[in-house]
Ligand binder design. Structure first.
Ligand code: HEM
Length: 491
């Protein structure tokens, strides 16, 4: 073992937990951090309910790239080091499960991909993978462009719009079409409303220890949750039944994600263990499909909408970047009477557009933080992290760390040229997570982002109108607290 604080993987010949060598060994260091439990600091300016970013920034500034604190008896470790993040997500990934707040979301998302643990997760991921395969996703390119063009064409030049609301409407229509092969029908709006109601209760739900055991109680927040969840399940179940009925009647594959999830099957493992995950070898049960549909709806809609909103804002503040974006769009897609909509064949040529989207997600990552819980004692470099610790890391904080992104507040898409990316350590930029739980919709999200930006920026140069201040709201995704008003200046 080296005497410098390097990272070490568990020794293959060293059964758990002997990979954590005696804490007295010279390389071991005590985890730095807050000596008291978090409530002790309740009146500090860096402790603000609903905004852990302030706390993370304080920990980084005060203690460096690893720091611990405690909250309600739970040991929590915040890390801001790409090597440690790789250890947690990949190298020692099997020693971690999702942390508690995500696990509590099971009351909404059941055993869907985000919330489930292995072995259920591994099987569900296998079943869902074909629906997200790059080639299948490619088929959605034209739909994305045509929906984005529809929105763009309805916008009045010179009008001032709330680009945040418009981006939500756009990505809702994209999810309706690609997930269910439908327009934004009353059913889709109902799903949206109920999910929003439930997400409004998110803080309440995740703050409730053992929420599952209290679901039957007549507590107002819980009753509201129960009603919303029942309505949500009813709508999604109806859509599943319609899809199954159509398939049974011999209707051709509709090509949407739901049809693909219903058609996907998996082979039982060697032990013939298919039933233990609640599925049959033929495919997913309706309950599982419902959990996955809700998961995809939740994971894939607001994330992209927020990323697009921040992109328009950043472009409006950085005209020199916007000029280069327009130059690429004009070169690839033509100008004036020769202008055409992007197609899949154009995708590889929209490199700068992709860099713009990437840089926007560095400064404003929709998934702004992630966490895991250690199932056993682990080592991060010279530090021992006890079993049962919550380990958090933040795409938002790391993306603004000058060591990896000099002059971090500057919006510079050239940080994402292939050469610049290759020069940075892995896990300095991970808007889609990593390891076995990496975002399954990543290719989809890139395509949605790039095609939406290209289609709209072909026609308009949205200008920020400072009606409301720009205030971050780190909820499940990194939202903007107020409407983001923009004037639609025609190009
Ligand atoms: C800009 C857009 C998006 C961002 C930033 C994003 C980010 C993420 C991140 C960080 C994770 C990993 C969470 C963790 O490990 O704790 C994740 C997982 C996931 N995402 Fe996305 N996502 C985006 C779009 C999408 C889309 C479009 C879909 C589906 C159409 C989707 C579906 C999922 C699913 C199902 C998971 C769970 C995967 C698993 O655990 O196997 N996401 N996403």
């Amino acid at each position: 073992m080296s005497s410098t604080p390097t990272l070490e993987s568990p020794k293959p010949d060293c059964p758990t937990p002997c990979d954590s060598v005696a804490p007295s060994s010279p390389e071991r260091r005590k985890l730095p951090g807050l000596p008291h439990s978090l409530p002790y600091y309740a009146f500090k300016p860096w402790v603000k309910l609903g905004n852990p970013i302030l706390l993370f920034e304080y920990l980084l500034k005060t203690f460096g790239n690893i720091a611990h604190y405690r909250f309600m008896g739970t040991p929590i470790v915040f890390i801001n080091d790409p090597e440690y993040i790789r250890e947690v997500l990949v190298t020692q990934g099997s020693s971690f499960v999702k942390e508690r707040t995500v696990r509590r979301m099971k009351v909404l998302l059941g055993e869907g991909l985000i919330t489930s643990d292995d072995p259920i997760h591994m099987r569900q991921r296998k079943i869902a993978a074909p629906a997200f395969h790059r080639q299948r996703i490619a088929a959605y390119g034209d739909q994305i462009v045509s929906i984005a063009a529809g929105h763009r064409d309805r916008w009045q030049p010179g009008a001032t719009i709330d680009i945040a609301a418009e981006s939500m409407a756009l990505s809702l229509e994209i999810v309706a079409r690609t997930l269910f092969n439908t327009d934004v029908t009353p059913d889709i709006l109902a799903i949206n409303d109920e999910v929003n109601t439930i997400m409004g209760l998110y803080n309440f739900i995740v703050a409730f220890p053992k929420i599952e055991s209290f679901l039957h109680l007549p507590i107002p927040g819980i009753m509201k949750f129960r009603r919303s969840k029942a309505r949500l399940d009813a709508v999604v179940n109806r859509l599943i039944t319609e899809h199954r009925t159509a398939a049974a009647a011999g209707e051709p594959d509709r090509g949407d994600l739901l049809s693909m999830l219903l058609a996907s099957t998996y082979e039982p493992d060697e032990s013939g263990n298919a039933q233990s995950a609640g599925t049959s070898p033929e495919g997913m049960s309706d309950d599982q499909v419902r959990d996955e549909v809700l998961t995809i709806f939740l994971a894939g809609y607001e994330t992209v909408a927020n990323a697009l909103t921040w992109t328009w804002y950043l472009l409006s503040q950085n005209p020199e970047v916007e000029v280069r974006l327009h130059a690429e769009l004009d070169a690839v897609l033509g100008t004036g009477a020769d202008q055409r909509l992007p197609t899949l064949a154009d995708y590889p040529n929209l490199r700068y557009t992709e860099q713009v989207f990437a840089e926007s997600m560095r400064l404003y990552p929709p998934a702004w933080a992630m966490g895991r819980m250690s199932t056993r004692e682990i080592q991060l470099g010279p530090y021992t992290v006890p079993a049962g610790s919550h380990v958090f890391f933040s795409q938002y904080i790391l993306g603004r760390t000058p060591e990896y992104f000099p002059d971090p507040l500057r919006f510079d898409p050239d940080r994402f040229t292939p050469e610049a990316k290759a020069a940075r350590p892995k896990y300095t930029y991970f808007p889609f997570g990593g390891g076995s739980r990496q975002c399954i919709g990543e290719s989809f999200a890139w395509m949605e982002g790039v095609f939406s930006i290209a289609t709209i920026a072909q026609r308009f140069r949205p200008r920020f109108v400072p009606t409301y201040p720009i205030v971050l709201q780190p909820k499940i995704t990194l939202r903007h607290k107020y409407p983001v008003m923009m004037e639609l200046v025609p190009r």
